[in-house]
Design a protein around this ligand. Structure first.
Ligand code: PHB
Length: 386
């Protein structure tokens, strides 16, 4: 009996001393991403990109081994708060990576802000995240919805379009993307004559395409992504609009979707913080490694996943893997230039990438960079108090 007690005591002492050395316990990462629905493929690309980075640096982040807990968020905002709480409270993750959908991510940011949990957003562009919900422990490796829209507003005005109609899903991302477009386009003398919306994630576009045909605007600006973007481009072409009313988009319209669009997206002009085959060494190495690991060509979502891991690594290296030292993590990330496949970028005080937005043209299965629409664009971070 005495021997058993001594053994138990020794075991208990041993495990506390092991756990108190943060760098020796595995870092538990909650991957809260869509695995089903219109954004499923985006979730996979993010996870692939994230894991590619981790594997390239020897399977550790900030000196700690990595362990994953996966959760399918279904791109459903109604389930978002419960889902992230489950990861934090039941699964006891140290860090959360997520997600794609702005409504889900905004709810996640709220919980992360309240609990102080480290959160890296690898896609969702919601203005809330780097606005009212901004916090030292919340980072975004992607973009704000306003950024690609704003850049396309400038391009559309430069092309001499005067009257443009917009079409998107009725939720934060679509509305903010159209908002960014409208802000730049109208400041440069254009006019958004009609804003058309479909509920998310519906893909019944026919009635609205008929309305566009009747309106005859100079061009159409759109925000769609994933499987919905495939269907929208195919329907736009089938409705006979492609050759008569130029279709413009935030780059998600054609990123990771050109193959499935089967040539219907050929020639489309879009704006985004990534393009295929940019002329930089980091991108070349990234594309080669991604292709070798997953037998797929990477897209913008893969890049954002890769950079989410990179941002986490930079922050955690500064604290020896301690996730609770939020101020030190933030200081390290804010003072580092991120060497991304998209090109180098820095994070703003609100933790959004300050980055070049490229103008791209769809050629075959690639979005070829044809210029920089806006250099070093930041997001407005409206309502962010730090
Ligand atoms: C968003 O909901 O913020 C969102 C979703 C998919 C994208 C881009 C933005 O491709």
């Amino acid at each position: 009996m005495k021997l058993l007690q001594t053994t138990l005591l020794a075991a208990a002492l041993c495990s506390t001393s092991t756990l108190s050395m943060a760098e020796e316990a595995a870092l538990k990462i909650g991957l809260m991403l869509p695995a089903t629905g219109t954004y499923a493929q985006l979730g996979t690309a993010i996870e692939n990109g994230f894991k590619l980075y981790v594997n390239q640096v020897g399977g550790k982040l900030g000196g700690r081994d990595v362990e994953y807990v996966k959760l399918d968020d279904e791109s459903d905002p109604a389930k978002a708060t419960d889902n992230i709480n489950k990861l934090i409270k039941s699964d006891k993750v140290d860090v959360v990576i997520g997600t794609v959908h702005s409504g889900v991510a905004a709810a996640m940011a709220k919980v992360a802000k309240q609990t102080g949990t480290l959160l890296v957003v690898p896609n969702a562009g919601s203005a809330m995240i780097t606005g009212p919900m901004c916090a030292p422990n919340i980072f975004r490796s992607s973009f704000s919805n306003q950024q690609p829209g704003f850049a396309m507003g400038k391009v559309a005005a430069e092309k001499g379009y005067k009257k443009v109609a917009t079409i998107t899903w009725k939720y934060g991302a679509g509305e903010e993307s159209v908002g960014g477009f409208k802000e730049a386009f109208e400041a440069d003398g254009g006019e958004v004559v009609k804003e058309l919306y479909v509920p998310f994630p519906n893909v019944e576009f026919q009635a609205l395409l008929t309305e566009i045909a009747a309106l005859k605007p100079d061009a159409v600006y759109s925000f769609f992504a994933g499987a919905g973007a495939v269907k929208f481009v195919k329907d736009y072409k089938a409705a006979g609009l492609m050759d008569n009313i130029p279709l413009l988009g935030a780059g998600f319209l054609t990123d990771g979707t050109l193959k499935a669009q089967g040539g219907d997206g050929e020639g489309l002009l879009t704006t985004l913080h990534y393009a295929d085959e940019l002329d930089n060494e980091t991108d070349k190495a990234f594309r080669q490694a991604y292709n070798a690991a997953f037998d797929m060509v990477p897209d913008v979502y893969a890049v954002q996943g890769f950079d989410a891991a990179q941002i986490l690594d930079i922050g955690l290296k500064a604290t020896g893997g301690d996730v609770s030292k939020t101020a030190e993590i933030a200081a390290a990330v804010e003072s580092t230039e991120i060497d991304s496949p998209r090109g180098k970028f820095t994070l703003s005080k609100a933790h959004n990438p300050i980055q070049d937005i490229y103008l791209r043209e769809a050629k075959g299965e690639e979005n070829v960079m044809i210029g920089v629409a806006v250099e070093k664009l930041d997001d407005p971070a409206k309502g962010c108090r730090l």
